[in-house]
Design a protein around this ligand. Structure first.
Ligand code: B12
Length: 299
């Protein structure tokens, strides 16, 4: 028998997906913005016209408040005309089976037989420690224990404002398996510059293939991390077990003869943003895959 509560629920049209307000396909969206003019009927009309120009119908101004003297704050509802074809969406994402801490510990114990050494830091002048703490520190994040809690990971949190060079030298000294980099500040694309710089140095030191490079932060995405030469990127809401699942899977993949394939594929498609950043900052592009450093790393 069909569940009566689901019988009446309309199906989403995945070929022409629209936001859901209170009935399927109504396309209702809530917008909030401030106009730098005092609250007045003219300000209200200006808000409506702006929202119309954005492609909305059935516009309802729910709130107009004075945000400060001479500034009007609006909350507006409107129904969007545009749709997207959900069936055609393809996203480049970290491919790793999500595993529990217990499963991960067991895999490392049985298949690797030693603790994997993981070094994490917030690099450059970035002083935001909370993200890397959430991933590494024992207590973890959102009910998910941090990497320090894993019996078969030797995870060390180096804190913030760690220089790329120091991080890589420490990785060599400690024979690390993975490096976790947190980037929070993105002003003037400093995160991209620092990430590219780290990878250029790693390449030069022959470490590119020896270590697993993982980046994270509120504005870090997996494709962006790949473009900068990292192996994987994690954004908002990442849990420690997402990262541990990836590290162990990537380690085993390489142990079975896999190379740094994912990164190479996307680096080829480097976007204008990252390419221009490298050019402007004078950051060296990671050297070609036939570089002496890479050959050395393979030996
Ligand atoms: C707390 C805070 C600070 C504190 C940091 C204290 C500390 N010990 O960390 C202090 C006051 C020092 C600070 C300073 C500054 N801050 Co501040 N700060 C924040 C704030 C409010 C919260 C950040 C935070 O803790 N988030 C919580 C954590 C858990 O989230 P998260 O970092 O996203 O981490 C998650 C994921 O991203 C991911 N993740 C993160 N790192 C990593 C790493 C890896 C390897 C992986 C796998 C995953 C991962 O996993 C985490 C858990 O899911 C944000 C605004 C905001 N609400 O986000 C501004 C914010 C980040 N700060 C900002 C700015 C501008 C600054 C200053 C430059 C301000 C100034 N002019 O001085 C300075 C910079 C100082 C410096 N040298 O870096 C801006 C950054 C803008 C930008 N995009 O560049 C923000 C966004 C505020 C804003 N809206 O303007 N800040």
């Amino acid at each position: 028998m069909k569940n009566p509560s689901t019988q009446q629920v309309a199906q989403a049209n995945l070929k022409a997906l629209k936001p859901y307000g209170d009935i399927m396909d109504d396309g209702t969206i809530q917008l909030a913005f401030t106009l730098p003019v005092p609250v007045s009927p003219e300000a209200r009309e200006a808000a409506v016209q702006l929202v119309q120009k954005m492609g909305f119908d059935q516009i309802k101004v729910a709130t107009v408040e004075e945000a400060a003297q001479g500034f009007s704050f609006f909350v507006v509802y409107g129904n969007i005309r545009h749709t997207v074809d959900y069936t055609k969406i393809k996203v480049l994402k970290v491919e790793a089976k999500k595993r529990s801490r217990e499963e991960i510990d067991q895999i490392i114990q049985e298949k690797i037989g030693r603790k994997l050494i993981v070094l994490g830091a917030c690099t450059g002048f970035d002083a935001h420690t909370v993200g890397i703490d959430a991933i590494i520190n024992m207590k973890g994040f959102a009910g998910d224990y941090g990497l320090e809690r894993y019996q078969w990971l030797d995870a060390r949190n180096l804190g913030s404002q760690v220089l790329n060079d120091d991080l890589l030298k420490l990785a060599v000294r400690e024979n690390a398996d993975a490096i976790l980099v947190s980037k929070v500040v993105t002003q003037h694309n400093i995160h991209l510059r620092d990430m590219k710089d780290l990878m250029a140095r790693a390449e030069k030191m022959g470490l590119r293939e020896k270590l697993i490079f993982v980046a994270g932060g509120p504005r870090v995405t997996h494709p962006m991390a790949l473009e900068t030469g990292f192996d994987a990127g994690f954004g908002v809401g990442t849990k420690p077990s997402d990262v541990a699942s990836y590290i162990v899977e990537e380690y085993l993949r390489r142990q079975q003869g896999g190379n740094v394939a994912s990164a190479k594929k996307v680096v080829k498609k480097t976007t204008k943003t990252t390419a221009s950043v490298a050019k402007k900052s004078g950051t060296k592009k990671p050297t070609s895959k036939k570089s002496p450093a890479r050959k050395k790393a393979r030996k």
